[in-house]
Design a protein around this ligand. Structure first.
Ligand code: FAD
Length: 456
């Protein structure tokens, strides 16, 4: 008998419950469908496609080492899975559960279509999250809207053991596959884009556990120090298992590991919010705000923000890092999102869309829910906090090294004064060349914000 494993956001062989379950059959068809629905939704940004290509090649190589190979098809995911299942006369299809509205719909459609062919769909938990959305809930409702009580319960959930990768994978003969997606031919990639794939993800995870995690609590907010794990694209594409990562981090122990595991819980937290309220990917989750600026001036401000020429150095540095690497430090994400939604008072959806165009870890749950958190429409219990970009710069980039790295116009300015180039005089002033003046005075932004939110 034959089982199909449909890989989605779980592009790995280690700790993979669907593959493990499917391997009980005599033969397995490891399938990836390049889903037209994802492309049509505009979600196939070049940086993520390139990372995905790496992941698929690495997955294929891992399967070949075990006697198998990856089968790739393109089209409507439900049609393609049904075709492959029919071609191989597979009795079962195994896949990971996921949280977006699209993933829910995909699962429903697939279940119905397979059942009509007399086949069964098995959807596995704890593949893309450590704790399954809905597994812990408050007494009165279906999901947690506040992180701290969520974390308390999340931490108490006993995690299943992590599974080893299978030793062999037997794929039936003669199953047709398209050529795997390739990086070559893709345009518009960020220059400093990371490489994908499970092998690379596991290498990074080991290096992080060995020499990064211990200092995480002290250094995670240091913009120039770049002392976070950078495992986010691997978690997004599932080249790493969150269950295995939490086990291994806990084994590493200490305050760094504890702080790191808390971030993995944040990831699960946003997923359980989105799973319960799929509409939150596009509409305000808790507090509705509809007085966002629009019109020509707002558009110009948004362009300046996207291009990293707002005149606020730490904002511009972070926005340029995003373009250059397809990744941005979490502190940068927080302060640039605050700047767009609160100082410029532009709709969070504009910012979220721009991030998704570039982020290699661009993820509906994490991106949209973090944007909502920062915009004050989501789960932040202090929805009207505004991050001051100068104070943030001085606090999290005290010597200015992060700004000098990403904003070459300011590379000659030494020390923290780099955060306030408008205060420079004489030769220093001349050295900044065409670096722009601030596009807005912070007190004006704050006054507009308070007025729009009725806080006066
Ligand atoms: P680490 O600090 O090493 O953290 C480890 C892991 O924990 C991360 O890889 C990530 O999976 C998870 N994590 C960390 N911080 C958060 C958080 N605030 N919320 C949820 N999970 C978290 N993360 C994404 O993965 N995809 C996104 O599209 C995304 N968009 C964001 C947009 C905004 C406006 C903000 C404020 C944050 C966003 N984040 C997003 C969360 C966070 O910034 C990134 O996960 C983190 O910077 C990735 O770097 P790292 O892997 O080195 O993180």
């Amino acid at each position: 008998n034959v089982s199909v494993v449909l890989f989605t956001a779980d592009l790995r062989l280690h700790d993979h419950p669907p593959l493990r379950a499917a391997s009980e059959a005599d033969e397995v068809v490891p399938l990836f469908v390049r889903d037209r629905g994802v492309t049509d939704a505009g979600f196939a940004a070049p940086n993520r496609l390139a990372f995905l290509a790496d992941c698929l090649h690495d997955l294929d190589a891992g399967l070949r080492d075990r006697g198998g190979r990856l089968i790739m098809r393109s089209g409507d995911v439900v049609d393609e899975v049904c075709k492959v299942a029919a071609e191989t006369d597979a009795g079962e299809v195994h896949m990971a559960g996921d949280v977006s509205a699209y993933a829910h719909l995909r699962e429903q459609r697939l279940r119905r279509a397979l059942e009509s062919q007399g086949r069964r769909l098995h959807v596995h938990d704890t593949v893309t999250t450590a704790v399954t959305p809905g597994e812990v809930t408050p007494a009165s409702t279906d999901h947690f809207a506040v992180f701290t009580p969520y974390l308390r319960q999340w931490s108490r959930v006993p995690l299943r053991d992590a599974f080893a990768a299978p030793r062999t994978v037997r794929v039936p003969d003669g199953v047709g596959s398209e050529k795997l997606l390739s990086r070559s031919g893709l345009t518009g990639l960020s220059e400093g884009l990371a490489s994908g794939g499970e092998t690379e993800g596991r290498r990074r995870m080991s290096a992080w556990l060995r020499s990064g995690i211990a200092a995480y609590e002290d250094r995670h907010d240091d913009l120039a120090g770049d002392a976070t794990s950078r495992l986010s694209p691997h978690l997004h594409f599932g080249t790493l298992s969150p269950v295995e990562l939490v086990h291994r981090a806990r084994r590493a122990g200490g305050p760094g590991a504890e702080a790191f595991v808390r971030q993995i819980a944040w990831r699960d937290f946003h997923r359980q919010v989105l799973a319960a309220r799929p509409a939150a990917s596009t509409s305000d989750y808790r507090t509705k705000h509809d007085r966002w600026r629009s019109g020509r001036e707002a558009r110009e401000d948004t362009e300046a923000w996207k291009e990293g020429r707002t005149g606020y150095p730490v904002v511009d540095a972070a926005m340029r890092q995003l373009r250059h690497e397809g990744w941005m430090h979490n502190r940068g994400r927080l302060l640039t999102a605050s700047f767009l939604t609160k100082t410029l008072y532009v709709d969070w959806r504009e910012g979220a869309r721009h991030f998704l165009e570039f982020l290699v870890d661009g993820d509906i749950a994490n991106n949209q829910m973090n944007w909502q958190w920062m915009a004050g429409t989501g789960t932040d219990s202090r929805p009207n906090r505004v991050l001051n970009p100068v104070t943030q710069g001085k606090r999290y980039d005290p010597d200015g090294a992060y700004v000098r790295r990403w904003v070459p116009e300011l590379a000659e300015i030494e020390g923290p004064l780099v955060h306030e180039p408008w205060k420079l005089q004489g030769l220093d002033r001349a050295a900044v060349g065409d670096y722009p003046d601030p596009i807005i005075e912070l007190p004006d932004g704050l006054a507009r914000f308070k007025q729009a939110r009725g806080l006066d």
